[in-house]
Design a protein around this ligand. Structure first.
Ligand SMILES: *[C@@H]1O[C@H](CO)[C@@H](O)[C@H](O)[C@H]1NC(C)=O
Ligand SMILES: *[C@@H]1O[C@H](CO)[C@@H](O)[C@H](O)[C@H]1NC(C)=O
Ligand SMILES: *[C@@H]1O[C@H](CO)[C@@H](O)[C@H](O)[C@H]1NC(C)=O
Ligand SMILES: *[C@@H]1O[C@H](CO)[C@@H](O)[C@H](O)[C@H]1NC(C)=O
Ligand SMILES: *[C@@H]1O[C@H](CO)[C@@H](O)[C@H](O)[C@H]1NC(C)=O
Ligand SMILES: *[C@@H]1O[C@H](CO)[C@@H](O)[C@H](O)[C@H]1NC(C)=O
Ligand SMILES: *[C@@H]1O[C@H](CO)[C@@H](O)[C@H](O)[C@H]1NC(C)=O
Ligand SMILES: *[C@@H]1O[C@H](CO)[C@@H](O)[C@H](O)[C@H]1NC(C)=O
Ligand SMILES: *[C@@H]1O[C@H](CO)[C@@H](O)[C@H](O)[C@H]1NC(C)=O
Length: 456
């Protein structure tokens, strides 16, 4: 499908649901038939088997144990001082609800609503990002379509307007869309290099990492509309997971991290903007399930990795450019026994750097561990709350009232009742997390949402 500017109204033809189902069924059938032919003697007339409930998982970047771990299904972005929370509904639509950014507790400014009507449903969770090029508030949302091709669709608030249609970005994806914001004036650029947002997916056919970006100077995606296959060595390129990405103004301007197909080890590489070069992959081993989580420490080259290994425990490492682009960082073993991917947040920046990590325990309850004074807590703190989804953490800078800014942390998850739960606190709070999410602070926020990713 052609790329179009996403603020332009689409052709607007709404297919009858029955027709859409037939088309999706036919395309899925063709895909399955082709795959069947690839692995057998090439008898292309062999009838396609009927699609099974896990045919999505079989084709996705889901590793070797697709449904043994909950992946991230929630996303949020700040727009004009409020927090927009997005999730996929049980009906396959993308839903959102707006939370007051200035309130110190959960005050909602809207009820749940569908984010842009479309004839497509969605096969995987949304991801959102916001940015303000030249002071213009913007927010983009991307998700994999359930249109037989798993194309990336995008729809964003731009130039003061909410979108009226999703734009089909063409790329067939096997993963959720990883997003980052590359600040203007980045290192290699001549003066005035514009802000941009970069999007990354695992290509559904090759499992290679593919990339595109929206350039605020030309108000469109990178043109010509291509995706870039960065990997020189095909045997080493395929991803078995979704992606972790970091974008920064200074070199390396990008870091991309995945769990490698075949080994489930952590593999990452950096892109240096000054010489426009993808440095060699660095493989630091390990054996992971689910998706990687990266926590960039703003304004520096430092980032932290969090992942769940094949025995269910959490592992971490940190990376900074002080050690060189080929550096293989040592592991920090955080233990635990988890059934979801981690989430992590920077609670206080340097010099009193404090990080916090959470994940859903194998017992169905949320666990927390803090990193303070360069030391991880010894034990996982049981937060005493049950959930059905991976936990989601989001930090935002809010107006505390008298012109003062304050950083707040939002924690959210979907319960077994398909409703969202949310708690908010001041990021720098030193209270135990069990208190921060206790009782009515962990407020049920409604919705009819799914905790399932592309892999369930
Ligand atoms: C191809 O499939 C058709 C239908 O199942 C079957 O009749 C035929 O024998 C197959 N041919 C080969 C070469 O396997
Ligand atoms: C799911 O996929 C696995 C591996 O391809 C297969 O063995 C299993 O039968 C499938 N389950 C269903 C319900 O289709
Ligand atoms: C939730 O979504 C499902 C699937 O679309 C629907 O059957 C059900 O009625 C919805 N429940 C509520 C409370 O809206
Ligand atoms: C947004 O506004 C700017 C400034 O008026 C303009 O240059 C740009 O083309 C607009 N972008 C879109 C997508 O309409
Ligand atoms: C992924 O790894 C498996 C097992 O090693 C291998 O059979 C398969 O060909 C690989 N897929 C890609 C796309 O490299
Ligand atoms: C997972 O990490 C734990 C410690 O946190 C370690 O004991 C275990 O060997 C690791 N498992 C794998 C498969 O790496
Ligand atoms: C993790 O929890 C599961 C479910 O409770 C349990 O079966 C498994 O033995 C636990 N694994 C470890 C290493 O404790
Ligand atoms: C931080 O660690 C240093 C060295 O281990 C120790 O001397 C200091 O007391 C610690 N500070 C706090 C607040 O725990
Ligand atoms: C909020 O956090 C960011 C990132 O750590 C930091 O740059 C900013 O100064 C913080 N704002 C406040 C008001 O503390």
């Amino acid at each position: 499908m052609q790329k179009k500017r996403w603020y332009i109204l689409g052709c607007g033809i709404i297919l009858l649901l029955v027709v859409a189902i037939i088309v999706i069924g036919l395309v899925a059938g063709l895909v399955l038939a082709r795959r069947g032919g690839d692995s057998s003697s090439g008898n292309s007339t062999t009838p396609a088997p009927p699609p099974t409930t896990n045919s999505t998982a079989a084709l996705s970047a889901c590793g070797t144990h697709p449904s043994s771990i909950r992946r991230q299904v929630l996303t949020a972005a700040m727009l004009k001082g409020d927090v927009y929370i997005f999730a996929r509904g049980l009906d396959g639509a993308i839903w959102y609800r707006v939370l007051s950014g200035s309130s110190s507790s959960t005050v909602w400014k809207s009820d749940w609503a569908r984010w842009i009507e479309t004839e497509d449903t969605f096969a995987g969770p949304p991801t959102a990002v916001s940015w303000t090029p030249n002071g213009d508030d913007r927010m983009h949302v991307f998700a994999p379509a359930n249109n037989g091709k798993f194309n990336v669709l995008g729809a964003g608030y731009l130039n003061g307007s909410f979108p009226s249609t999703w734009q089909n970005l063409g790329e067939p994806t096997a993963s959720a869309v990883a997003l980052c914001h590359l600040p203007g004036g980045w290192v290699s650029s001549s003066a005035g290099a514009p802000d941009r947002i970069d999007q990354w997916v695992v290509n559904r056919d090759s499992r290679a990492i593919t990339h595109d970006f929206w350039n605020s100077a030309i108000e469109n995606f990178q043109e010509p509309a291509t995706y870039v296959d960065w990997e020189a060595s095909p045997s080493a390129q395929a991803s078995a997971s979704g992606l972790g990405v970091v974008c920064r103004r200074d070199d390396p301007i990008h870091t991309v991290l995945m769990f490698a197909n075949g080994t489930d080890s952590v593999r990452f590489r950096h892109y240096t903007g000054s010489n426009r070069f993808w440095n060699p992959w660095v493989d630091i081993g390990g054996n992971f399930i689910g998706d990687p989580v990266l926590l960039p420490i703003g304004g520096s080259s430092l980032f932290y990795f969090f992942g769940i290994n094949a025995t269910g425990a959490m592992q971490s490492f940190y990376w900074t450019d002080a050690v060189g682009l080929g550096y293989r960082p040592p592991w920090t073993y955080l233990g635990g026994n988890f059934s979801s991917v981690p989430a992590a947040v920077l609670s206080t920046p340097d010099p009193s750097l404090r990080l916090d990590a959470v994940a859903l325990g194998a017992d169905g309850k949320m666990k927390h561990k803090g990193f303070l004074n360069q030391t991880w807590d010894g034990q996982w703190e049981d937060l005493g709350i049950e959930a059905d989804s991976a936990p989601f953490l989001f930090q935002y800078e809010a107006d505390a009232g008298t012109g003062l800014k304050v950083n707040r942390t939002l924690m959210a998850a979907i319960g077994a009742d398909n409703q969202l739960r949310v708690a908010i606190w001041e990021s720098a709070s030193t209270k135990p997390w069990r208190e921060l999410v206790a009782g009515d602070k962990w407020a049920i926020a409604g919705g009819n949402l799914t905790a399932k990713s592309m892999c369930d």
